[in-house]
Design a protein around this ligand. Structure first.
Ligand code: HPA
Length: 274
């Protein structure tokens, strides 16, 4: 079966399982949690063609399941845990669920992640609505043959993040008095945390944040014509900017704390979306 056929079949499988249309989807980053009303679950291992279904040694902080339920009256599908390029998955495997979300008929995708802050106007615990990204990885999910049923060969990236979703996030944050920054995310392959020199180089390039995920899904969403916005959670300052060493447990703990504001932000935003 082709990549396209696997995507369509997986979308049909999920559609049949939850048996209701999906309005929006959310990807949860490391340590971030989101409970839904009337929540149903589907473990990744039960999805026959999903590339992550045999993931035994998954990254701590990722629950490996789909949940489906309601937020503010909207039907929301949540990907509790993503596949990362640093785990050894191919870029097309990392992007697989993004296309599935498109074929499920979602009107938009909210991606969250845990990342390090380079910009010193940000502090640990801050949320940043991405304005742009810089890929520091020389591979992406569009490499190789293009299937026109998924999207165009050459994808415009003038506005990678959907203005309608972003504007709604910004006005919701203002209403809730949640500080929501704007910034540029640098996608680093990992899985080691960057060196001090790398962070200085990325700062010079214009990165406000650095992390090991998100960009493959954003590229796929733009390819598929799926509106996307990203809420990046600064769980720590980047290497050399913070004086302490990195610690994944600390990343998870901070992400868990940020989850409260993230949830409130999504509740308010989804209230106002079509
Ligand atoms: N760098 C890369 N990825 C991350 C970081 C970081 O400092 N923190 C959380 N994810």
């Amino acid at each position: 079966m082709t990549y396209y056929e696997n995507i369509v079949e997986t979308a049909n499988y999920i559609k049949k399982y939850f048996n209701e249309p999906i309005d929006y989807a959310v990807v949860l980053g490391s340590g971030i949690t989101l409970e839904l009303e009337e929540q149903q679950e589907l473990g990744y291992e039960a999805i026959p063609l999903f590339p992550g279904n045999k993931r035994s040694n998954h990254v701590k902080g990722h629950a490996n399941k789909l949940t489906f339920g309601k937020i503010s009256g909207k039907n929301v599908l949540v990907l509790n845990g993503r596949l990362h390029y640093y785990e050894g998955y191919k870029m097309k495997e990392v992007a697989f669920m993004t296309y599935v979300v498109k074929f499920l008929g979602a009107k938009g995708l909210f991606i969250t992640n845990a990342c390090g802050a380079i910009n010193t106007n940000f502090t640990e615990g801050d949320i940043v609505c991405l304005d742009d990204f810089i890929s520091l990885v020389s591979n992406n999910p569009l490499m190789g043959e293009n299937d026109p049923r998924l999207g165009e060969r050459f994808v415009d990236m003038t506005t990678p993040f959907n203005p309608y979703l972003v504007d709604n996030l910004l006005s919701s944050a203002e209403k809730l008095d949640i500080k929501l920054h704007r910034g540029v995310y640098g996608f680093f392959q990992g899985p080691y945390f960057e060196t001090r020199a790398e962070i200085q180089a990325f700062k010079t390039m214009g990165c406000d944040l650095v992390g090991m995920s998100t960009v493959p899904e954003v590229i796929a969403a733009n390819h598929a014509g799926l509106p996307v916005a990203v809420l990046a959670c600064a769980t720590n300052m980047a290497t050399g900017i913070q004086k302490k060493k990195h610690d994944h447990e600390h990343v998870l703990k901070t992400a868990q704390k940020i989850s409260v504001n993230l949830k409130n932000l999504l509740i308010e935003t989804l209230k106002n979306l079509d």
